[in-house]
Write a protein that binds this ligand. Structure first.
Ligand SMILES: C[S@@+](CC[C@H](N)C(=O)[O-])C[C@H]1O[C@@H](n2cnc3c(N)ncnc32)[C@H](O)[C@@H]1O
Length: 261
């Protein structure tokens, strides 16, 4: 089963500018006005949530995340209009019709039953309210294929095989289907960004902050070091470092829905 790992705000924060681009592209598609209440589901370290303060200057914004280290890091951005709370999206509810905007960026891929949560999210919106979701759709990329292959060979497999299953995420068409059924007008699309990453072992450093965490954390310390060396060498071959940096193609899926009303 896929589980959300223990998060490191520091490791995740590397490449923050690149990770933030999809959030901006997502939020830019929301056409809401008169926004008073906003929730960011799976807010992580809060830096992106904080950008919403300027976007909707009248709004009260809450970030929710199941990771205590992430919420602790997010505290740095708290203001009288921005708060953060630890909470699991599997249990999250809000008063029906109480929210103007719900954002969830790079989070729902960690929740296999995510489509079942969508009706509750839409219920929490007022008529005319907006739900905006972005998830990675890069499960077939070399970064993940190599991870799965390595994690399913011994000596790693005894610890890690179950931690590296291919994320089975919805595509744009599934979001359109699911959210239209909830009475929304939906715009869903996909984009492949070509991030140019600086530094040595750049792709290894990137995946250590996100997708590779469940595998790495399942391994005993000595094996983790060995695994990282082998994984890093294979990543370096798949994503060669150039004079200008290392190119990481990264597919992402977006769904922006407005509740009819
Ligand atoms: C890749 S980070 C994205 C953080 C932030 N939205 C961003 O774009 O920078 C994924 C976040 O999802 C959170 N998460 C995963 N499963 C969750 C769940 N069931 N409930 C709440 N948060 C969850 C993790 O703790 C993590 O902070």
């Amino acid at each position: 089963m896929r589980t959300s790992p223990v998060w490191s705000p520091t490791q995740y924060g590397k490449f923050g500018d690149k990770r933030g681009r999809a959030f901006d592209d997502l939020v830019n598609r929301i056409e809401a006005d008169e926004v008073k209440r906003v929730v960011d589901l799976g807010c992580g370290p809060g830096n992106l949530t904080a950008t919403l303060l300027d976007r909707w200057p009248e709004a009260t914004i809450q970030g929710i995340d199941s990771s205590e280290p992430m919420i602790e890091a997010a505290g740095e951005y708290a203001t009288d209009r921005l708060s953060f709370v630890v909470g699991d999206l599997l249990e999250w509810t809000a008063e029906p019709g109480s929210l103007d905007v719900i954002v969830s960026n790079a989070t729902l891929q960690w929740i296999p039953e995510q489509l079942e949560l969508l009706p509750g999210f839409v219920r929490a919106l007022r008529p005319g309210g907006w739900l905006a979701i972005q998830i990675p759709g890069n499960g077939d990329a070399p970064s993940h294929a190599i991870l799965r292959e390595l994690a399913s060979t011994e000596p790693y497999a005894q610890y890690a095989a179950e931690k590296s299953l291919r994320p089975d995420v919805p595509g744009p068409a599934e979001y359109i289907e699911a959210l239209t059924a909830e009475g929304c007008v939906v715009d869903a699309w996909e984009t492949t960004y070509n991030h140019i990453l600086p530094g040595e072992n750049a792709v290894l450093e990137w995946v250590k902050g996100t997708g590779a965490r469940p595998v790495l954390q399942s391994l005993p310390d000595d094996l983790r070091t060995e695994f990282e060396a082998e994984y890093g060498a294979r990543l370096a071959a798949a994503y060669p470092q150039r004079s200008f940096g290392t190119v990481l193609p990264f597919r992402r899926i977006f769904a922006v829905a407005q509740k009819e009303g």
